[in-house]
Write a protein that binds this ligand. Sequence first.
Ligand SMILES: Nc1ncnc2c1ncn2[C@@H]1O[C@H](COP(=O)(O)OP(=O)(O)OP(=O)(O)O)[C@@H](O)[C@H]1O
Length: 503
Amino acid sequence: MPPRPRTMSRDPTPAVSGIVERFAGLWSALAGAMLAWSMVRPYLPRHLLPDRLAGGSLLRCHARSLLAGLLDPYLTVTLAEYGGGEGMRRGAAYERAAAYLGARCAREARTLRSESARDGGGRRRFVLRVDDGEEVADEFRGAMVWWHAVPAPHHRHGGPRCDAPGEDAGRTYHRLVFHQRLRDLVVDSYLPHVCREGRAIMEANRRRKLFTNAGERYGKSSWKHVAFKHPSTFATLAMDPAKKREIMDDLDAGRRRIGKAWKRGYLLYGPPGTGKSSMIAAMANYLDYDIYDIELTSVSTNTELRRMFIDTKGKSIIVIEDIDCSLDLTGKRRSRQQPLPGPADDDADAPPPEPTSIGRVTLSGLLNFSDGLWSACGGERVIVFTTNHAEWLDPALIRRGRMDKHIEMSYCCFESFRFLARNYLALDAHPLFDDIRAQLQEVDITPANVAELLTPKRAGDDEGSCLAGLVEALREAAAAAAAATKNATSNNIQEDGEVVEDE
Ligand SMILES: Nc1ncnc2c1ncn2[C@@H]1O[C@H](COP(=O)(O)OP(=O)(O)OP(=O)(O)O)[C@@H](O)[C@H]1O
């Protein structure tokens, strides 16, 4: 009978006790070293010790991280909502992580928050966000990580600790937890991946906004926003097609500079109702940018103007409308409530009226705003000034380089009328067109007026009646202009019949 094979099973007790003994030895050596160090350190001259060693922190640090690594091998990265070196702005990394988590990990979370957004086609849909206190897991290249949405600790007075602008003042940070062996993967690949994906998701969910500085916070002007919805596009704007193409090409040239800061300045000038605001909306729709509409008369100092500018985000159009009403050439502001002379203003050559209220935003402050700060802020921005009186503006404000393009928005010509007739009445030709062409050569009428007249108002209004209404309005305008000329001439004839020359 073959000898019985020696059994493979061994008594585990000696192996376990060996490990325990080795650990006990390690601990006692460590404790001994720490004790010896604490006894010796006070007698060592401090200047002979490196700074960190002098404070005893190096040893403590090593001991602590060794212990921590043994007891808890997980590392934590936090992405703060505010205060990540971006002042009062929401941290970009936080926002992107929130968007990423909402899109990728929301399925796992037990409590979610919904936010409404519009997709590229303008359709409303709901975007889910991981709610405060929730923990979700994510897998990246086979490795697991965990995210925790940590709510803001509340302030003593009951409100959220941070009163920074934004709808989400309650949220403070996202905590990312992962095993220490994944450190390189997380830092070099996972976090950049989260930021990239989050940014793309934010772009797709973005609702464009119209910001205004009408409101005040703590006595300072601050941005408030509403959803930006304006139907105007380059396809609906009546103006010289070549000019339109030139503007679109100019915007495209800037937009192609992906990843680089760029800015363009546009001065839009022309009488009221010629489409300056419509042009700004068309630009915003074309570029898919937000609009910041600055009311200069609500800004009290240059410093405040600078702060407000820094608070704007990239991919935005910054607009100062009726700049001649907001800033005097000497740098003194004029109240917007103080009316300027009316359209084409009876006397277009008259000097601008005297300012009635003097503020502290100066021309030089505005010049700094319009060129000095771009490079510091980065991002893509278009700045637009509008005015009814380009001739009243300080040349320094609108010189090329500052305002790269000067665009005149003018009265309606026959081409513009045809464009509007096509858009409003779906008409390319009509027997009244010849009459209208002749009248438009004699009379100034704004595209806003023409658009209004071409809009059917009553049941039964058709193309013919709208065009007849326009012809009638043009006739009346021609008669009014003739009467005004006659009046002006007769005013210049003195009682003795002498004609007085205009100076
Ligand atoms: N060039 C245009 N093409 C198409 N529609 C126009 C044009 N100009 C004006 N309109 C129509 O007239 C309305 C008023 O025009 P808009 O507010 O753009 O003029 P504006 O020059 O900005 O006037 P203001 O100087 O008073 O602000 C627009 O909503 C639009 O419907």
